[in-house]
Design a protein around this ligand. Sequence first.
Ligand code: NAG
Ligand code: NAG
Ligand code: NAG
Ligand code: NAG
Ligand code: NAG
Length: 824
Amino acid sequence: MPASRLTSALLSCALLFGVLANAGEISASVAVDTPLANVTAGVNATVSSSGAEVDISANIEIDSHNVKPKACHAPLPAKGTAAPSDPFWLEVIKHQGSSPHNPDPANYQVFRNVKDFGAVGDGVHDDAAAINAAIQAGNRCGGGSCPSSTITPAIVYFPKGTYLVSTSIIPYYYTQLIGDAKNPPTILAAETFSDLAVIDANPYIPNGGGAQYWINQNNFFRSIRNFVIDVRRVPADKASGTGIHWQVSQSTSLMNIVVHMSEDENTAHQGIWMENGSGGFMGDLVFNGGKYGIWGGNQQFTVRNLTINNAKTGIFSVWNWGWTYQGINLNNCQIGFDLQTPITAAQAIIDAVVTNTPIFIQTSTASNGTLAAAGSLVLNNAKLNNVGAAVAVADGTVVLAGGTKTIASWGQGNVYKGSNSQGTFQQGNLANPSKASSLLDGSGKIVGRTHPQYENYKASDFVSVKDLGAKGDGVTDDTKILNEILRKYAGCKIIFFDAGHYIVTDTVYIPPNTRMVGEAWTVLAGKGPKFSDQKHPKVVFQVGKACETGIVEITDIIFSTVGPNVAGAIIVEWNIHEPESVKAGAGMWDSHIRTGGVAGTNLENANCPRDGSAGFENCYAGFLSLHITEKASAYLEGTWVWLADHDLDGDGNSQISVYSGRGILSESQGPVWLIGTGSEHHAVYQYRLVNAANHYMGLIQTESPYYQPTPAAPTPFAYNPKYDPKPYKDDAPSAWGLSVERSRGIFIFGAGLYSFFKSYSQDCINDRKCQAQIANIDTASSVNIFSLATVAAGKQISVNSVGIIDQSANVNGFVSTVTSWSSR
Ligand SMILES: *[C@@H]1O[C@H](CO)[C@@H](O)[C@H](O)[C@H]1NC(C)=O
Ligand SMILES: *[C@@H]1O[C@H](CO)[C@@H](O)[C@H](O)[C@H]1NC(C)=O
Ligand SMILES: *[C@@H]1O[C@H](CO)[C@@H](O)[C@H](O)[C@H]1NC(C)=O
Ligand SMILES: *[C@@H]1O[C@H](CO)[C@@H](O)[C@H](O)[C@H]1NC(C)=O
Ligand SMILES: *[C@@H]1O[C@H](CO)[C@@H](O)[C@H](O)[C@H]1NC(C)=O
């Protein structure tokens, strides 16, 4: 990069914060501590790059008239100070979370400790009934008569111990099952266990003719964490020895779970069983033994950091539209991945290590030189140690030899480049684009960072926003108190947002070094006239200011809005950049941006029915959901950016017509990791990258608004050149799933871009064309997309807004898949 460009790119941040170490290219000295008053400082910097030298001198003034002196002088210790004997903080912290829109908020209990409901945890008593009582207390959503509900959220907490169960644990809708993160509890299936799975997230109703508790594609808001599940007492040949039935959708996660299964030759045990759904993220999982680590079918999923030891088959894929596996370790399995093809439409595997496994990947059908025969498959950075065949067909044909070697980039399916509308079927090595080093860990893998749980911290390291005066009652304006709490405790305490709905009417600033933890998805929502003007959009939650550097960790929070008319709300503006030394140091985990469709939003069926009769004004839910700005870095894992298409409360079914302008906009220079994210139903675009660099995105999932093209994009929003791509010529455009402009180093590994409706009708699915175009990349960008699956978009990729890749050339069951497209 020429020195002059470097200078202009970094100048403002460099001067303000003295964060100058950029590959030794700039050096300067200015120290600015947390400002307590306005600070004026002089700085001189020397920039040198490829021989050129530029001197910069400037004066800066830090405007900090709003900053209150900090009361808390002791920074949060870098490493937790909890003694081994201290309980996990979540167990002992004051429990005062509430659900303000519940009919009986004063008595509704969010946090439940299974021991308070009679569970013993000694490995001897049968605790199933007590655990299910803890789950069900408070007239919650389950049993088959309740499609969904957000007003009965619950954390069901398991202290350390061994919980013997003779029947399934059934987590009701909107439940987080959380084990002691310091000493993960064991759930031990009894020898007589004969249900579907130890934890069943969507039971079949007995004698229900196949009916289940919830519609699989609407089974949202679930998480299970910190457990050891042991099914080894169940006879080896019984499939009831299954850890988790996980038939779920978006905003769901599994994390930090170990499943122990029988290693007998006749084992029928399974870690996860999942027949369908629309996921979802799972990560940090270990499966030992069993017939299958995962047996599953689901539209899409992102799996990060999965280890499978000694299974007969690591992963059996029944069907999919597209799954991304990132960081997979397979040891001593007979088959790593067994793919039912071509109905497993798109499988993408990155950063795998496979050891002592005769077959890494087996497809059920042989490719015959066309995509249709065996689906799309992509491997990137797969390290084999003593592997028989890397890719083989069930009939024994070896497609790619194994051995001890690294597969840099290999694929099977249709490959495209640039504006060439002609693809070629390939079964072999693919070009291996380099990934920005900022995205990689020391071993060259895409960085992964586990959802922080602060298990090494003591309860006294936390403060509760309710203790400090915030109300979270869905009514009180908590803007001022939340701003004060965040300023005062960022960097000093972990800030616990007790369950509730916290309403704010002006910008809330989340400073560097904030750790904020929600409880069963604490809702923070912007409301009121400050957020109503789409000509002058205003930020609701500002995460750092431009150029600020520091840790930010946001977990189990939902950012939202309350209507009517928040057409000018930029819900989250993400400015923070991780510290140089902490990869993925600024991020969100299991945190979502959700607008409309739930109690308290005033953007429900009663206000904004599907027929549009309420008009636009009353039904604006937001301007832009997430803006990752130029100087930011971001690690988002399991984030769902959802404008509701139907009510989750009310009758739980009715479609609604609410309007949000834009999903995720990134202008960041990176590193940005979007791991298991989705963005749905925004009017102009779901994902847009402009002047951005160095992003890893896998898997991304989108849906266009169901009402489009009545009205067509961008209506009811006005075209806004600062936020929107230039409108393109089309009779009746729908939203872009993905738009990339003037961006470089964009590595997309798994994308599911869907269009299911045209003016609320699904007839267009049969024609495989609910909208004409869905993903646009301009010729000024350098982008690689692997494993793209689209539904009912006429053109899968457009270049400079001209449709290039016709879906009809890539038909792969319900979806159309492109195995690789590169901009150049
Ligand atoms: C910047 O350089 C000028 C000229 O060399 C010098 O007078 C001034 O003290 C320097 N300022 C700082 C903050 O180092
Ligand atoms: C700091 O700056 C603000 C506006 O820039 C000004 O209103 C305020 O008086 C200044 N405070 C001090 C202590 O100089
Ligand atoms: C779910 O998957 C099962 C097993 O593959 C299949 O029989 C069933 O039809 C699917 N149900 C839905 C609603 O997709
Ligand atoms: C992967 O998961 C295992 C098991 O939970 C954990 O010990 C390990 O730290 C994780 N690794 C990464 C890179 O997240
Ligand atoms: C390849 O297999 C597909 C799917 O079975 C079939 O439709 C197609 O006709 C076959 N093509 C050739 C060239 O054999």
